[in-house]
Design a protein around this ligand. Structure first.
Ligand code: NAG
Ligand code: NAG
Length: 395
């Protein structure tokens, strides 16, 4: 033992001197690894999985569509496979069908250009609640022979949440510069986004007064609600897209007729909104939360709304809205295109067109296609016909 001790000592000494260098190298490496790990955990991964936050902008309460429908020739209408002229005459009320004032509408439409030059499109395609069903959305666009350079697509809210591919739907909408109306679920996602990133709650811009009103924020904190999880994953471009969707859009002239899928020489002003409008308030005075959530008015005055159709004295908002429009002077009427009410499904009335047909419940995804057509009256004079047709695919 004693003989071998120096040797061991020597070895130990050599090992010690070697391991001292190694220790320096190791500890340096350790510091580098620790720093890298810290950087990975605190900078790189959050950057990758917790997208950068962008502050929310004011949500527009009322905005204009920004395109106009160019009157199409009969030949072009047939090329596009739109509608069926044969059934239209019977669809117009007897007392409304041959207004002489309509005879001049062609010349009027061609001469009365809006003050700022608005691009012309062939079709306005409004689509009901897509709810993240990307493949069904693609199927519907394919059926419509969607042409991004000639069609203006407007999704009527609730295009994300519930279904499997919300982010894919969002990216498609962004890439194709598709127009949108905000739905209640987009607003809830924005609220969660603001909550998660400690930002100001979503707020609305009022065109009339120029003031802003904020949405109430719940203090429910972090949770595992799928909408919260979606909100966490949104990247700036996706947030900006949702944030720019307007509560109400004015559409200009839309068809005014009785039965579904047709049209004629009569028109009225049209608006798009996710859930509904208060019949007793101007567009600028509407409450965005009501516009995004209502399903029924509450009697006896029908000046309150509810999202619960089974509440006492609740009557379908579209029923009362139609009644109130019919009581009005014809020039002031509004036709409303909306979604939100999958339970009542396709509901095409004279002044309200509900097109949420429950794709998320495996039912249908519906588009309402609007176009203008050059027609003739009985005397052979040219006039514009306002047409629309609903198109569906099975989900
Ligand atoms: C209302 O204001 C917003 C934001 O300033 C604007 O984008 C929108 O076009 C305005 N709407 C109308 C109808 O003027
Ligand atoms: C609804 O209308 C009635 C009768 O005009 C009125 O007394 C009531 O205050 C209104 N309610 C709301 C919420 O505007």
């Amino acid at each position: 033992m004693s003989e071998s001790t120096p040797l061991i000592y020597k070895d130990d000494y050599e090992e010690f001197s070697l391991s001292k260098r190694a220790k320096i190298i190791l500890s340096t490496a350790g510091v580098i690894v620790a720093a890298a790990t810290l950087w990975l955990l605190c900078v790189f991964l959050p950057g990758k999985f917790i997208p950068e936050a962008v502050p929310l902008e004011a949500i527009s309460k009322v905005s204009e569509l920004g395109v106009r429908l160019e009157p199409l020739t009969r030949t072009r209408v047939e090329e596009l496979g739109l509608g069926d002229w044969s059934g239209v005459a019977g669809a117009i009320d007897q007392d409304e069908s041959e207004d002489s004032e309509d005879d001049d509408n062609y010349a009027e439409q061609l001469t009365s250009r809006p003050s700022k030059e608005v691009p012309g499109v062939e079709r306005l395609i409004m689509i009901g609640d897509i709810h993240g069903h990307y493949s069904e959305f693609m199927k519907l666009l394919k059926k419509l022979h969607y042409n991004p350079s000639k069609d203006h697509v407007l999704v009527l809210g609730d295009f994300i949440t519930k279904g499997p591919d919300s982010k894919k739907v969002l990216d498609f909408l962004i890439e194709n510069d598709i127009d949108c109306i905000m739905g209640n679920h987009e607003l809830y996602v924005l609220r969660y986004y603001a909550q998660y990133h400690s930002l100001r709650a979503p707020f609305f811009h009022d065109n009339e007064t120029g003031t802003f009103t904020s949405m109430a924020m719940s203090n429910s904190g972090f949770n595992d609600d799928p909408e919260f999880l979606l909100a966490k994953r949104l990247v700036p471009d996706q947030v900006k897209y949702i944030n720019k969707c307007s509560i109400i859009k004015t559409l200009g002239k839309v068809p005014l007729h009785k039965t579904k899928n047709e049209g004629g020489p009569r028109s009225t002003e049209g608006v798009a909104v996710h859930a509904g409008l208060r019949w007793d308030l101007e567009l600028n005075d509407q409450d965005p939360i009501e516009n995004l959530e209502m399903r029924s008015y509450i009697g006896p005055f029908y000046n309150k709304t509810t999202d619960d159709p089974f509440e006492d004295n609740a009557v379908s908002w579209s029923k009362i809205f139609n009644m109130k429009q019919k009581e009005k002077e014809s020039e002031d009427t509004l036709a409303v295109y909306y979604g939100h009410d999958a339970r009542r499904s396709l509901s095409l009335k004279k002044f309200t067109k509900g097109i949420d047909t429950g794709c998320d419940k495996g039912e249908y995804l519906t588009a309402m296609v609007l176009w203008n057509e050059i027609g003739e009256n009985k005397k052979g004079k040219k006039r514009v016909l306002y047409k629309e047709q609903s198109v569906q695919i099975k989900c």
